[in-house]
Design a protein around this ligand. Structure first.
Ligand SMILES: N[C@@H](CCC(=O)N[C@@H](CS)C(=O)NCC(=O)O)C(=O)O
Length: 214
């Protein structure tokens, strides 16, 4: 199997973390989106928006969209399940994946767009956009904080189990810390303890930190 991606891409990292959790070997094909390789005709044929990641099975079957890919990998690969078996707890996992996609990540991207990408382009960050992003992140983190009261993970019975819900949040949280906005996470005790717990996993330690393609 192959993953077309970029090591610094948040969406690629969800797929790589899932594969690391499963202990699965695969071929990584770098598509250097920083150098415009996403816009090549070959890549546009795989991903019409020119984005990464793209998953390709051994028989050539392809799948785009990071959250669809990680669900498919978890459903089909051997290894510890990253999805709760109980239907209500699975629904909770899906709820969190949706909150991450619809509420948390768009606000994080407002912050990263200014404090990371604008700076890389040599532009002054627009702090009104950053503040707007902080408001959205605080709202989502307040919900994380409530959910994580007396629990270790977002979904699963009892104190919960590490699941795709955690994997979907991790790359964005790392980038909040990298651009100096980690306080949004670390100032909330349950969320901070959860982040410490999940970010020390071997799978994440393998994936995190790398920004550039080789
Ligand atoms: N909804 C897509 C979003 C993919 C996405 O935004 N990928 C980014 C990297 S994290 C990308 O390829 N950006 C380059 C571009 O948009 O040109 C997914 O979840 O896979």
């Amino acid at each position: 199997m192959k993953v077309y991606g970029h090591p610094g891409s948040t969406c690629t990292r969800k797929v790589l973390t899932t594969l690391a959790e499963k202990g699965q070997a695969f071929e990584f094909v770098t598509v250097d989106i920083m150098k415009g390789q996403g816009r090549s005709p070959e890549h546009l044929a795989r991903q019409p928006w020119g984005q990464v990641p793209v998953f390709e099975a051994d028989d050539g079957w392809q799948l785009i969209e990071s959250r669809a890919i990680i669900r498919h990998l978890d459903a089909t690969l051997p290894g510890t399940s990253l999805t709760p078996a109980d239907p209500r707890e699975k629904a909770k996992m899906d709820e969190w994946l949706s909150i991450e996609q619809s509420n948390f990540t768009p606000s994080v991207m407002k912050i990263l767009g200014q404090l990371m990408f604008a700076r890389w382009r040599g532009e002054e960050p627009q702090m009104s956009i950053v503040e707007d992003g902080r408001v959205g992140v605080r709202k989502a983190v307040a919900e994380l904080e409530k959910r994580l009261t007396g629990r270790d993970y977002l979904a699963g019975p009892g104190g919960g189990q590490f699941s795709l819900a955690e994997i979907s949040f991790m790359p964005y949280i790392e980038y909040l810390f990298m651009c100096g906005e980690g306080g949004l996470i670390s100032e909330q005790p349950n969320t901070a303890a959860w982040w410490a717990r999940i970010s020390e996993r071997d799978s994440w330690q393998k994936i995190r930190g790398k920004l550039q393609a080789d």
